[in-house]
Design a protein around this ligand. Sequence first.
Ligand code: ADP
Ligand code: MG
Length: 505
Amino acid sequence: MGKVAVGVAALAACAVAGVVVGRRVRSRRKWKRVVGVLKELEEACETPVGRLRQVVDAMAVEMHAGLASEGGSKLKMLLTFVDHLPTGSEIGTYYALDFGGTNFRVLRVQLGGRRSLILSQDVEQQPIPQHLMTSTSEDLFDFIASSLKQFVEKEENGSEPSSVRARELGLTFSFPVRQLSIHSGILIKWTKGFSIEDMVGKEVVGLLEAALVRSGLDMRAAVLVNDAVGTLALGHYDDADTVAAVIIGTGTNACYLERADAIIKCQGHLITSGCMAVNMEWGNFWSSHLPRTSYDIDLDLESPNPNDQGFEKMISGIYLGDIVRRVILRMSQESDIFGPVSSRLSIPFILQAPLLAAMHEDDSPELKEVDKILKETLEISEVSLKVRKLVVRICDVVTRRAARLAAAGIAGILKKIGRDGSGGVAGGRSRSDPEMRRTVVAIEGGLYTRYMMFREYLHEALNEILGEDVAQHVILKVTEDGSGIGGALLAAANSSSGVDNVQLL
Ligand code: ADP
Ligand code: MG
């Protein structure tokens, strides 16, 4: 080989090396940018125990304000008129409708009259047809009534109901309702993607009963509750130490038992048992101590209800995947580690909570599930293991924050009612008080029951906030189908047929 040829070869080699080095430098720079986005997210989502305690205090303070006067807080603290919870002495067959987030359930429960004896329960579930979510109240309730009628006919198999009295029903309707009595209430607003304008401001049970009449079904609604109150009812039926209930599913909410004298805005209403379940509508809680990111701000601005349901938008199943989607979109726009920006990343709510959980909990060494979901749902293919790990990290940051904030909310309720070991806002009990009472919080909702990492982070945070000594007295209990069965139990406890209503507390 001549000198010239050697020189050319050397030059070419240098050029190739130069290209490789240049590419590496560029790729390192891009990676650095992505790591910067992640760092920013991690910092903005930080929830050290000190910050969680500020959220706990804010929750307790807002609860006070919401109880003092209508509009006193973003927490509505709605009266439920539920001042008797089922005790176990209820007898008979009751129906329930559970109408909330994603699914619609009809139930029939037979009660045996001894503590916690449910002789049988049948549940039928179906998704709420998308078009009914934005139709008219008449369409919606005709659909509900006809589903219920079919269910009743199947259950009773053509036979006459065993007693002469009309069938009684508990309606679990999980949207903000201003109760007028235990069996009537006015829809304040829609949440969770529903928007049936003619129904806002209308009395809910009247609309259902009119549809029942149209369908020819002989049934009356004995109670109108929401999922949290239903869950509290089943929780209390199973375990009399149950003081609160929390829903963490498509949306999030909580209710708890409050002393009548603490419900200042309730004065004038007769509460015979000395306390009442209060529906907090905690999805609307807000505090400057909540760790908010630019993704939360964008999600809120682009939602149909900006400035509303701020706590819910950081916690519940319908939103978590969308926060993660927004972070991946930003990273994808700032670098090409995800390849060309996938148009799927711009579709709101494309990444649902079960997918988020599947990626987060992927324990395969190659993160195959992450790879599959990126490919199939987001149309992002061929990313390195390093990038897949990054996606898992994003899921972890977003879910951990949500779970820890939910824990702070629960601790806020415990603080308000003096079950957090500090003696409550009124003071008195010391943290190490051996007399700390066993305290049960009933929980329902797919995000909590089906997402193990979420559940573990929530438990961990509650232990951190309360401290081991107190946390050992606090039990979080899952109540399967509590929202629906609890509705039936409350129908029984408040039935016109007269049940042995043992008073609360
Ligand atoms: P609803 O809130 O409609 O009454 P659920 O309590 O069953 O229904 O909760 C369903 C919600 O729970 C879903 O919208 C989703 O956000 C969340 N979810 C369901 N399954 C899972 C899962 N495997 N992992 C994470 N979240 C889940
Ligand atoms: Mg539900």
